[in-house]
Design a protein around this ligand. Structure first.
Ligand SMILES: [Fe+2]
Length: 160
């Protein structure tokens, strides 16, 4: 009987490492957004309550899906991603969402600030991966496009 060696990584190790380097912060930021977005969903009060409360839940759902997309791109190439809760807490940007109740205009601004922190990492991934791995860059572009749409839905609540 012959055994066949099957590589657990796909392609150039440099490409794989770059994908993990640029997409891991995105995974952690989006996982943090799922937690802190729920906090906002539960504690928002005031103007447009129902709409803002439901929008926060949609943002949480999107963030969770995109975290999965980014994490599975890394794993598909053969590397692990450490997105344990303690790692997320240690490495993701601090949230602007408060511990308790807040008025909707303030909570919307807080979630926008959290989204902006993820967008910084996504933009770095788009810029950094273009030359290295367009397929991984495409993942970052897809997530950035969606997150910027969610940001717009929030900004529309507070823009003059
Ligand atoms: Fe809910």
């Amino acid at each position: 009987m012959t055994t066949q060696n099957i590589s657990t990584t796909v392609g150039d190790p440099t490409v794989v490492a770059a994908t993990a380097q640029f997409l891991s912060p995105v995974v952690l930021g989006l996982q943090a957004l799922t937690i802190n977005g729920k906090q906002a969903h539960w504690h928002v009060r005031g103007a447009n309550f129902v709409g803002v409360h439901e929008l926060f839940d949609a943002i949480v759902d999107h963030a969770g899906g995109w975290a999965d997309t980014a994490a599975e791109r890394i794993v598909a190439l053969g590397l692990p991603v450490d997105a344990r809760l303690a790692t997320v807490a240690a490495k993701a940007a601090p949230t602007a969402v408060p511990a308790g109740f807040a008025q909707s205009i303030d909570m919307v601004r807080d979630v926008i600030a959290d989204i902006d922190a993820v967008i910084v990492d996504l933009q770095a991934a788009v810029d950094g991966l273009g030359e290295i791995d367009p397929t991984s860059q495409d993942v970052a572009i897809e997530i950035l496009r969606g997150l910027e749409k969610d940001r717009w839905f929030l900004v529309a609540h507070v823009a003059e």
